[in-house]
Design a binder for this molecule. Sequence first.
Ligand code: 13P
Length: 309
Amino acid sequence: MTAKRLITITDVEVVREKGGAALEVPSGAIVTPLARDAARRLGVALAPAGKRERPALVFGNWKANGTLAQARRLAREVALGWCGSGAPLGPRRAALALFPPLVHVAAVSEALAGTSIALGAQDLSEKGGGAFTGGVTAEMLADIGCRYALVGHSERRREFGDADDVVAAKLRRALAAGLEPVLCVGETLEERDAARTHAVLRGQTLAAFDGLSAEQAARVVVAYEPVWAIGTGLTPSLSDAEDAMASIKDHLARKFGDEVAGGARVLYGGSVAAENAARFLALASCDGALVGGASLKAREFLTIAGAPA
Ligand code: 13P
């Protein structure tokens, strides 16, 4: 059976008339702009088919926190809670990864050995190996067991001056070393107030993906992190978050085609907590969460990971 290729306003209205809340969009199908508007207006979520089968990615970015002993303990607590023989923690349809400070990665790797929890680095050098004092290359990260690496986190952009060209170079280094980069994009409060959110997301996304093949693009995870929501307890409305993540997928669809966009993994990050995680994870375009502060508490991080409905 061939999948339906065009989703129109009628499809949305039919779902609504039947009292449904979601319309499954087959991979490769095109949603007309009118259908997208109607879905928004009528409160019908456009869910990529297959999203429900894919595990939600729940990533913990520990940032620059903790001693070696604390890192070991936190990793052990998360590992035990997630994989141990204790009480079941929710439906377990998440895939977890921890992003400790670089100096603790090896110790956390030991603590996670034999579990399904993956490891990630918070940053990497845009340079290769050699005479680059202080640099940590993508190959070194892959060699010590990292699967993922964050690139372009707003704290790197703001505090360390990582501009779009540096972010793009890091992303390429990560891909070349076999890592899965997690590209962080998001608008500042000023940009939001100036109604520039979509322009910023477009600019950051296209600058990072420029020149990649579809095969490379498919290995990149994108995290939408509104800068003003990071560490503040503030979060965007669910419809603003959905709009932002859907727009990132639209850019990927235009650049690499519907297959890459349909398989793309876009996470939400910014004050994710046990109380709000399930609502973000349920959004049609949301494939997971990038958690900062709440990932420093094993119980809360596990609750977030157990949240996907
Ligand atoms: P918080 O969850 O502490 O807001 O941090 C989000 C973040 O920056 C994750 O990368």
